[in-house]
Design a protein around this ligand. Structure first.
Ligand code: BGC
Length: 562
């Protein structure tokens, strides 16, 4: 297992002094045509994702409800920007079957990733609400009936209040609570679902909550507790993974077991600065590799492995070996590190945006004299203040393939673009799809791409301002509206399908791609007849049971053939 500097992301220098990622094409027309020319393997899965707290609405007693109610964090900032709360969110809890499922089918998705809300399924300790769970079972069944494979996340940042009262992830004894919940869910959902993420971004979750203090419980600089929380989550993952492996899957559907890891590339802004380069290498190791090293090999790279063995957890670390069989990759941001004035020890630096608004400080780091920023002013950025660098996804896929030789699934990739004319989303999505196709051409075993998110959602500490959705939500009536990004994605998916339907019709059998670690079946495609036309031609504003074509978007039907 390697530890050292990784290659920098490629940069194009523009004549006006600005810079851009080579895959982030400046002109939308050319981004669209490049995406339309892409080729993916026949069984490649195009998906999209959500998480319960961000979209379902009506969730009342979790660590995040409490964080919302607290209003102010330790450094004086808002716990949630402008005191917002998730509240009814997109009301997906009530609208999934009637509104969102038809949208998923019309879009032509091959998989849909969503999370199970622990506080709904186990509202009080040890008492399961099987009616709530039955609704998730029904979602899985209906998705599958439509040819869309469910991808279930067991823990996406939210835990029930009673679990927090017991001390949450800080206490090892509480791991058993999560495992009990996971087993209960897996037992009921396993016949209807073959793709599983036990945890979403355990590193980000522990760092944001216990080191940076920008997510609950809002502790700052608690280095040891951060490591304990992460370690306990991994133990929970290990036992959940065992439950998934032991469950009986549906015929011909081997289980994919993953953790959705947030891959953030840290880079030294000034290459000559050995200190920041060393720090970047360390942060890449901690953020990007440590969980996967443990879950694939049961060990960390040598010095770190020795260090943690001293704490008497050697056996636990080894027991994590082989607990995933697919690598889940979430990718959004890269962070550039620079030396500055000594800033004391303040791991999160609330950034001020151009319009004077203050961001939550997610991924902004300032500790000692080093600061890290996900935005370099020479680059174009998203509404999260993250530079738009789709090449970072390609780098993640190639690096992880080289390191682990396991199949990969992009479990999240997306952009917050709140403009009605969401050209940035179109250009970024095109870039990310090209990054994936390029990695596949280089021999990387990527099984699918999941756009984050299907719907605009409650963006944690940032509230509702960032708009990640393929469908834009009008929160006044919960109507869903198409974006330019959606039209591009649908077009790519439908071209892919018709290409492969044609080629399967003309060949007796299609050879399945070599499987490296596990045999993973492609997800059966829905028949092409339901797609496209009906949705794209709907032009009235929508209510709870339809969608509109948003005339305000710049990517017109001339750009994307819907
Ligand atoms: C999380 C999502 C979040 C997205 C965009 C990911 O890290 O899993 O919940 O909405 O990033 O910030």
């Amino acid at each position: 297992m390697v530890f050292g500097p990784s290659p920098l992301l490629p940069v194009v220098n523009d004549p006006d002094g600005k810079q851009h990622d080579p895959l982030f094409t400046p002109r939308v027309e050319s981004a669209v045509s490049k995406a339309q020319e892409l080729n993916f393997p026949p069984d490649f899965i195009f998906g999209s994702a959500t998480s319960a707290y961000q979209v379902e609405g009506g969730i009342v007693d979790t660590n995040w409800n409490r964080w919302e109610n607290r209003k102010t964090r330790k450094d004086g900032g808002d716990t949630i920007k402008n005191g917002e709360s998730a509240g009814a969110a997109c009301d997906m809890w009530n609208l999934f079957e009637t509104v969102d499922l038809p949208l998923i089918i019309q879009l032509g998705l091959g998989s849909f990733r969503f999370s199970i809300e622990w506080s709904r399924v186990e509202p009080t300790e040890g008492n399961f609400d099987n009616i709530a769970l039955a609704r998730y079972v029904s979602w899985c069944r209906k998705l599958r009936e439509a040819g869309v494979e469910p991808c279930v996340t067991l823990l996406h940042f939210t835990e029930p209040g009673w679990f927090i009262d017991r001390g949450g992830w800080e206490k090892r004894a509480n791991v058993a609570c999560f495992v009990r919940f996971a087993k209960h869910v897996v037992e009921r959902l396993a016949p209807h679902c073959s793709q599983w993420c036990t945890l979403n971004e355990p590193v980000g979750c522990s760092v944001n909550g216990w080191l940076a203090g920008i997510h609950p419980p809002g502790r700052q600089g608690a280095v040891v507790t951060t490591c304990c929380v992460l370690f306990h989550m991994l133990l929970g993952h290990r036992d959940a993974s065992k439950a998934i492996s032991a469950a009986t899957p549906a015929a011909g559907k081997p289980m994919w077991i993953m953790i959705a890891n947030n891959i953030v590339w840290f880079e030294a802004t000034w290459r000559w600065n050995v200190l920041t380069r060393a720090l970047a290498a360390f942060l890449n190791m901690f953020f990007n590799y440590c969980c996967m090293d443990l879950c694939v090999h049961g060990r960390l790279i040598c010095v770190f492995d020795l260090f943690f063995c001293l704490f008497g957890i050697r056996r636990d670390m080894r027991s994590l070996r082989g607990t995933i069989n697919t690598i889940g990759v979430n990718n959004y941001a890269r962070v550039q590190l620079a030396m500055g004035l000594f800033t004391c020890c303040c791991p999160s630096k609330p950034a001020v945006r151009g319009d004077g608004e203050v961001c939550s400080g997610e991924q902004n780091i300032a500790a000692g004299c080093i600061s890290g920023d996900p935005h370099n002013p020479r680059f174009e950025m998203s509404d999260m203040e993250w530079d738009l660098v789709p090449s970072s996804l390609g780098k993640a896929l190639r690096t992880f393939w080289k390191r682990y030789r396991l199949p990969l699934l992009v479990t999240e990739s997306g952009i917050a673009d709140g403009n009605l004319n969401d050209e940035r989303r179109v250009r970024y999505l095109s870039g990310c799809l090209r990054a994936v196709a390029g990695a596949i051409d280089d021999g990387v075993d990527v099984r699918g791409y999941t756009y984050w998110s299907l719907l605009d959602n409650f963006e944690w500490a940032e509230g509702f301002r960032p708009r990640f959705g393929l469908y834009r939500i009008d929160y006044t009536d919960m109507s869903r509206h198409e974006t330019g990004g959606l039209r591009l994605y649908r077009d790519v998916i439908h071209r892919h399908r018709s290409k492969h339907e044609r080629s399967t019709a003309s060949t007796a059998s299609t050879p399945s791609p070599d499987s490296v670690a596990i045999q993973i079946d492609g997800v059966a495609a829905d028949d092409g007849t339901k797609q496209g036309g009906a949705t794209a031609s709907t032009s009235d504003p929508v209510l709870a049971n339809g969608v509109t074509s948003d005339e305000g978007t710049a990517v017109t039907n001339n750009d994307v053939d819907c």
